[in-house]
Write a protein that binds this ligand. Structure first.
Ligand code: ZN
Length: 345
């Protein structure tokens, strides 16, 4: 019981002074304690060693860089053969020496020392691949790569008014790699950065800040917002009069086979393999009296009656029907009338 308590109590920190000890003598002492290579972790170092027959316990000394002065120590009972020192400073070299001792009284005569060994704790590196993408006229979604060892992330947003980044969210959870910022203004650019954090030995450690990522919220028309039907909105032909006829949609140039996404959540009302000049075409009916059409596809990925979410992949770019090169012909019908899709982008 006392031993267990000692082990638990002492395994708290390196900088714990337990006994008042005479300065151990290293010179000429035969090292009999075999320490395995310490393993550096995030803000920690894990030690393990081999049992010394007849030893009453072990002590880890924190040495100076020369390995001469013993400043701090942690002690363990005989059945304790590993220890994790936590809350250490990343990038800093820590030097240690261990000893085993016999009997109850710790004196230089009954201590057997290991050679000096050192380790450098790791820290959290800054989060990578932060990306910002507009989800609607009032929201932007951030995504990033999972940072090994992180238990959470802090999200910062640039404030023009305050001329600095301000903290807007604390995302707890090591599996979290996304955040949606809501209640934003329409057609406004926002810039973000994030920091990863972890905890070790009751302390919280933060990484340096990530590269910045920006996105602009979408436009809205009569309170309606549409997300992008293709990943890159590159208009190759506008809505309006064209070649003596009226072009009822907008053409987005994309490579053959590229994904087409639903611009608004709704229900598929048409998924036709051949529909005159449209070729392969999908039509989605959404709330607010909105219908969207996606024409000239090479492949349809949805069927009539299916419910789809905004941003869901529904078809692939092609040149079916009346099209000369691969592109998406995109139409927006509002309460039965064709409107310019350019109002939404
Ligand atoms: Zn067109």
């Amino acid at each position: 019981m006392i031993r267990k308590f000692l082990c638990l109590f002492l395994a708290g920190m390196v900088a714990l002074s337990v006994f008042s000890l005479p300065n151990p003598v290293f010179a000429g002492t035969e090292p009999q304690l075999i320490c395995k290579d310490p393993v550096a972790g995030n803000y920690s170092i894990t030690f393990s060693w081999e049992q010394v027959p007849g030893a009453a316990g072990y002590i880890i000394y924190n040495c100076n860089t020369a390995g001469e002065t013993v400043s701090k120590l942690t002690a363990f009972p005989a059945d304790c053969l590993s220890y994790r020192a936590e809350g250490l400073q990343p990038g800093k070299r820590y030097d240690f020496r261990m000893c085993s001792f016999e009997g109850t009284e710790i004196s230089p005569e009954n201590q057997k020392f290991s050679p000096l060994f050192s380790s450098v704790p790791l820290g959290l590196s800054k989060p990578r691949r932060l990306k910002a993408k507009a989800k609607s006229w009032q929201s932007i979604k951030l995504t990033w790569e999972k940072q090994e060892g992180a238990v959470g992330y802090i999200v910062y947003r640039w404030s023009k008014k305050k001329n600095k980044y301000i903290k807007i969210a604390d995302i707890k959870g090591m599996e979290k790699t996304s955040y949606t910022n809501t209640k934003l203004s329409r057609k406004t650019k926002y810039t973000y950065r994030i920091k990863a954090y972890t905890s070790s030995g009751n302390k919280t450690f933060y990484s340096s800040t990530s590269e910045k990522a920006s996105a602009k919220t979408l436009k809205s028309y009569k309170g309606i917002s549409l997300s992008k039907p293709v990943s890159k909105v590159r208009c190759v032909s506008k809505y309006g009069p064209r070649w003596g006829r009226f072009h009822k949609g907008m053409d987005f140039g994309r490579p053959y086979g590229a994904a087409i996404y639903a611009a608004k959540s709704g229900k598929v009302t048409r998924a036709r393999q051949s529909w005159g000049g449209y070729g392969k075409c999908v039509e989605i009916a959404s709330s607010q009296g909105v219908k969207t059409r996606y024409a000239h596809c090479s492949r349809l990925l949805v069927r009539v009656g299916q419910k789809v979410k905004a941003g869901q992949k529904i078809a692939k770019i092609g040149s079916s029907g009346d099209a000369r090169s691969p592109h998406l012909h995109f139409e927006v019908i509002l309460k039965g009338k064709f409107v310019d899709p350019g109002l939404f982008y």
